[in-house]
Design a protein around this ligand. Sequence first.
Ligand SMILES: [Zn+2]
Length: 151
Amino acid sequence: MSQRQATYLRDGRAPLPKHEVTSRVMQANRGKDTAPELALRKALRARGLTGYRLQPKGLPGRPDVTFVLSRVAIFVHGCYWHRCPHCRLPLPKTHSAFWRDKFEQNKERDRRDRQLLEKAGWRVLTLWECELDDDVGLAAERVAALLGNGG
Ligand SMILES: [Zn+2]
């Protein structure tokens, strides 16, 4: 946990916005080309899984990586903002009620986007930042399996 927060600080990204306005801005500037996304895309290319599109407009939640023909959508979720079930990062000590609501909204939005995509016939895979950190090759294998190239 502390390591991950230290990473945020090194990146120059604020771990905790002080005002709601700041957090709205951060939401609008949703991460693209974050380190975990780049690592995943590199691993996908290494397996010959190319031809994906990034954050296409018009899809719920704008998944980070999509294979349109196979209708496979992949979200790369930061453990902190999307409340990773593996990491279980603690809430901020100040304004905890505000942050609890905020994070619940994030999780609710993620759930809703996933449902909308699945209703539209997409298969959805959520990959957590920590999973990509641990074993990006395994993550790429899971994508390959979804695409039917699992061997
Ligand atoms: Zn995590």
